[in-house]
Write a new protein. Structure first.
Lengths: 296, 296
């Protein structure tokens, strides 16, 4: 490994003599490449290939099995939208479960809600949490909060053993290959239903409406079968394949598309860079090419 | 050039032995690569490097000076949103001017409005039109319509010589380098104002809110100075840098964010895959990180 000092010229600027690039194979036929200044960490964990690199365009980046998980520059969109939509559509979420999400970004957003009493984070890979706490402090900063209970175990097993315990469950998983594959199944959604309180709500990240249409179709059909209310919403994530991302919500009672003001809890009190009350509603307005994926 | 027959095995499927990729340098530090099956056309025109390639992920693609302009698979979002927003926010557009847009996609969408009497397309590079008509029939299909008047000349010069002539003007340009640079200036927006009828409206593509923030800030300030009403809206375009794209509208009278039903003209009558009445309104709902770019 080169020492930072050896990489700099007299003005502390890296030379152009050496080009370093990280390339994600987004599909068989599509690649995104980011210029990096260095690799900060790389290991094979029990579950996956884990890396942290410093990119020039998007800042520090967490990569699992070659797929970009989160970057300092664009993570706010994904984490705000996966967290605040269910947290504000539910009138009073106190107990929240996050499956996956070991980088801590979703937990950080959940903790912005003063009514939250307990956040359980169930991450299968201890090293994702440890490396994120070490190298991604802006993202993982909430993981030491006393309201956060971290469990290193299989999220599917944890959910199957849980009954009527959570107001909101968020599935912040990697792609449906490797350790996350079981999180995209009807059996899992049924178990999530059982793990939720009687008026509970859940959201999962459900991939790209341009590049993963069959997956979205299947997941939406499965969540619709498991929950009385199912809705899909969209948000842009530049570093994810196709640049536009989908989330699917399943709910027992409340409409996920409608933010609710209850007591002191108002969308306007959140410090956010993407989410607002109006953005919440607009995210559920689906263009016809997406809406038609959801027709039975 | 290889003959298609020589590329196929017994089942007509290309072998994996040869990998062909087209790579766009989206910024100095970011690249998007698309697997291609072949290059259909490549030339140096009077103005730019022009190519058409067949990509596996996004279908046939037009490339100018190395930058992706349009692909068969995702062009509907860009063309519907640059055309139908002003066409429906204006109550009765009859005369429409398109600057750039030689691939014909914007003209194709404009012609879906039965009230349109005349569309003038001013494209500086004759070869973009000729090659698009030859190789991108789905996109260029409207260019032969009797209502369409094609002029091969400099759009800036044409606009400066025009007075109070158009109901809607659409600037469907390439990036602000090369031939399009003059289309991103206060002087040009002033000339567009003069070329519009007394209740006219104009829209320009204005790059990525993630990657071109200084440009968006400057363009919005300039359009706000030239027009009484200025508004920015967003739409996802997977093959453009950052995946989310911005459009800025300048208007003399009407609110660009509000589709208008006048007589038989209703958003619901349009055949579209991205645009709807609700999508129109939602596109103007800006997340805080974009809204703050527009503050004076």
């Amino acid at each position: 490994m080169l020492l930072p000092g050896l990489l700099s010229g007299t003005k502390g600027v890296l030379s152009d003599l050496m080009e370093l690039w990280f390339t994600e194979n987004q599909t068989n036929d599509l690649k995104l490449s980011c210029r990096i200044t260095r690799t900060l960490h790389r290991e094979k964990t029990e579950f996956q290939d884990l890396a942290v690199v410093d990119t020039v365009e998007y800042g520090r980046m967490l990569v699992l099995d070659g797929a970009i998980q989160t970057t300092v520059k664009d993570e706010f969109v994904y984490h705000e939208m996966i967290a605040h939509v269910p947290m504000l559509a539910h009138p009073a979420p106190e107990k929240v479960l996050v499956i996956g999400g070991g980088d801590g970004g979703t937990v950080r957003e959940i903790l912005k809600h003063p009514g939250v009493r307990e956040v359980t984070l169930v991450e299968i890979d201890r090293r994702v949490i440890e490396v994120s706490r070490d190298l991604l402090p802006e993202t993982s900063c909430g993981l030491g909060d006393p309201r956060v209970n971290i469990r290193i175990e299989d999220g599917i097993k944890y959910v199957k053993e849980t009954r009527r315990a959570y107001d909101v469950i968020i599935v912040d998983s990697s792609d449906p290959i490797g350790p996350a594959v079981g999180l995209f199944s009807y059996d899992f959604y049924k178990a999530v239903f059982e793990a939720l309180a009687d008026d509970g709500m859940f959201v999962a990240q459900t991939e790209s409406p341009f590049l993963n249409q069959n997956l979205i179709r299947q997941v939406y059909a499965d969540i619709s079968k498991a929950f009385p209310v199912a809705k899909l919403y969209l948000a842009p994530v530049p570093t994810y394949p196709g640049g536009l991302w989908s989330f699917t919500a399943g709910s027992k009672v409340y409409d996920p598309a409608e933010p609710r003001d209850v007591g002191e809890k108002r969308p306007e009190d959140l410090e956010t860079r993407y989410y607002t009350r109006e953005v919440h509603r607009a995210a559920f307005v689906l263009p016809p090419f997406v809406a038609e994926l959801l027709r039975p």
